[in-house]
Design a protein around this ligand. Structure first.
Ligand code: C2O
Ligand code: CU
Ligand code: CU
Length: 415
C-alpha cells in the first residue's frame, strides 16, 4: 500500500511474443508481460486502485471476475478502454477470501482477447487465510488451465468455428506447454482456474489418489470435501489440497467426460516431489467458509438457448432484470439445448439442485459460475451485493466464450 493506504496496481495490456513450443515463438497478448498477467493479491478491507492501460491495437476491457464491487468498476462491456487509453477503477475489497480472476469482456470480442493471453489470477485473503497453505509458489500455487490450437509455425490458431468455438488439442498450464511442478512440502494447495474458451476439464490424478476440495469460486467450503475428480467449466475455480510422498512422481490429468465440450485423456501437469519434503500442517477439519446462501422468495427463470437467454440475444441498450440491493433470490436455469455454463457478475450463489438433485459436497459452497449439462435444470440461491447503480448494469452469461460473444448474455442492475 502507498502512504494513503491504497494498493495501486498498474496493468499494461499489450502485444507480446511467447515461445510455447521450443524454437517457435508465437504472437500473443499479455498484461505486464508477454502472456497472461501477474497474480494480484489483496486482503479483505484493502482499498485498491487499478490503472489499466490498453496498448493493444483495439479497444478492450478488464473485468474482475468474482469481485464484489460497484457496477461502474466491474470492467464489463460498458467500461471500454480505447486503444491508447487508461481506465482507473477503485474499490474497497469486502468479501471473504477467494480465488478470483481478471480477463477482458469487450462485447463480441471476448473469445479472441482471452485466447491471445489476457487473463490473470486475483487472490483475496482474509483473517483466516493463514490457517491454510499460503506461501505463494511453494505450497499455494495457481494453475491456469487453457487449451490451444497451434499451427505448424507454433502460432495460436484462432479456430473459433463450430458450436462451441475453440476446442484445443493442446493444453497450457500457466502459459507453459508440457509443464511440471517441483513439490517441496507434504501438502500443496492448488487454485485451479479453467481459463479456456470452451473446454470443460474433469481433473484428477493418474493414480486416482483422492484430494480435498477446500474452496469453490466465491470462497471456502465449510469443511474439506474429499474427491478423486472435479469437473471445472470455463471461468470456474476450485481450490484443492493434495498430499505428496517424498521422491514420488504423479500426473494431474483431464479425464474423458460424457460430452463434446469435455477435454479428456490428457496430461495437464507432472509433479516431481523432492526426496525430502517439509512437513505441512494438518488440514483443519472445518474451514472458515461462510454459511450457505439461503434461497429467497423471488424466483426468476432463465431459458438457455443456443446463443440466447429467454429468447433474447444480448443488447447493450436493454436492461433485462432489476434486482434490489442485498436481495436473495432463486434463479432457475432451464437449458433447452446442449452444454452451457452460467456466470453471474457481482454475486455469490449456491447450487441448490441440478435436475432436482442436490449437488455433491464440493459443489455446495459459494460460487459464481456453474456448469449446466445439456437439457438440465439448475436452481441457484443467489445473494446480491449492496452497490446500487440504476444506470450501469452487471452481466450474466454463458462463459463458453463463443456463446457469450454471440449474445448469450443479459444485463441486470442493482437498485
Ligand atoms: Cu469471467 Cu462476465 O465474466
Ligand atoms: Cu464475471
Ligand atoms: Cu453456452
Amino acid at each position: 500500500p502507498g502512504a494513503d493506504g491504497v494498493k495501486r496496481f498498474p496493468l499494461l495490456m499489450r502485444p507480446g511474443q511467447a515461445e510455447f513450443l521450443p524454437g517457435r515463438p508465437a504472437r500473443t497478448w499479455g498484461i505486464n508481460g508477454d502472456y497472461l498477467g501477474p497474480t494480484l493479491r489483496v486482503r479483505r478491507g484493502d482499498k485498491v486502485a487499478m490503472a489499466v492501460t490498453n496498448l493493444l491495437p483495439e479497444a478492450s476491457t478488464l473485468h474482475w471476475h468474482g469481485m464484489r464491487l460497484p457496477a461502474a468498476m466491474d470492467g464489463g462491456p460498458h467500461q471500454l478502454i480505447a486503444s491508447g487509453g487508461t481506465w482507473n477503477p477503485a474499490w474497497t475489497v469486502d468479501q471473504p477470501a477467494a480465488t478470483t480472476w481478471y480477463h477482458p469482456h469487450p462485447h463480441g470480442e471476448t473469445s479472441e482477447h482471452v485466447y491471445r493471453g489476457l487473463a490473470g489470477m486475483f487472490i483475496v485473503d482474509d483473517e483466516h487465510s493463514a490457517e491454510l497453505p499460503h506461501t505463494y509458489g511453494v505450497d499455494d500455487v495457481p494453475l491456469i488451465v487453457q487449451d490451444k490450437v497451434f499451427d505448424e509455425d507454433g502460432q495460436l490458431e484462432e479456430a473459433f468455428a463450430g458450436t462451441f468455438g475453440l476446442l484445443g488439442d493442446q493444453v497450457l498450464v500457466n502459459g507453459t506447454h508440457d509443464p511440471f511442478f517441483e513439490v517441496t512440502t507434504t501438502r500443496v494447495r492448488f487454485r485451479i482456474l479453467n481459463g479456456s474458451n470452451a473446454h470443460v476439464f474433469t481433473v484428477g490424478f493418474a493414480d486416482d489418489r483422492r484430494f480435498q476440495v477446500i474452496a469453490s469460486d466465491a470462497g471456502l467450503l465449510r469443511a474439506p470435501a474429499t474427491v478423486d475428480r472435479v469437473r471445472i467449466s470455463p471461468g470456474e475455480r476450485f481450490e484443492v489440497v493434495v498430499e505428496f510422498r517424498p521422491g514420488e512422481q504423479v500426473v494431474l490429468r483431464g479425464f474423458a467426460g460424457d460430452s463434446a465440450v469435455e477435454k479428456g485423456d490428457y496430461d495437464l501437469l507432472k509433479f516431481v516431489a523432492a526426496q525430502q519434503l517439509a512437513a505441512s500442517p494438518e488440514l483443519p477439519r472445518t474451514l472458515a467458509g461462510r454459511s450457505p446462501v439461503e434461497p429467497g422468495e423471488r424466483v426468476r427463470k432463465f431459458r438457455l438457448g443456443g446463443s440466447n437467454i429467454n429468447g433474447n440475444e444480448m443488447d447493450l441498450a436493454r436492461i433485462d432484470e432489476v434486482v434490489a440491493a442485498g436481495a436473495r433470490e432463486v434463479w432457475e436455469l432451464d437449458n433447452i439445448t446442449y452444454e452451457h455454463n452460467f456466470h453471474i457478475h457481482e454475486v455469490a450463489f449456491r447450487v441448490l439442485t441440478v435436475d432436482g438433485e442436490e449437488p455433491p459436497e464440493h459443489l455446495r459452497g459459494p460460487k459464481d459460475t456453474v456448469f449446466v449439462p445439456g437439457g438440465a435444470k439448475v436452481r441457484l440461491a443467489v445473494e446480491f451485493g449492496p452497490h446500487t447503480d440504476p444506470k450501469v448494469p452487471y452481466m450474466y452469461h454463458c462463459h463458453i466464450l463463443k456463446h457469450e460473444d454471440k449474445g448469450m448474455m443479459g444485463q441486470f442492475v442493482i437498485v
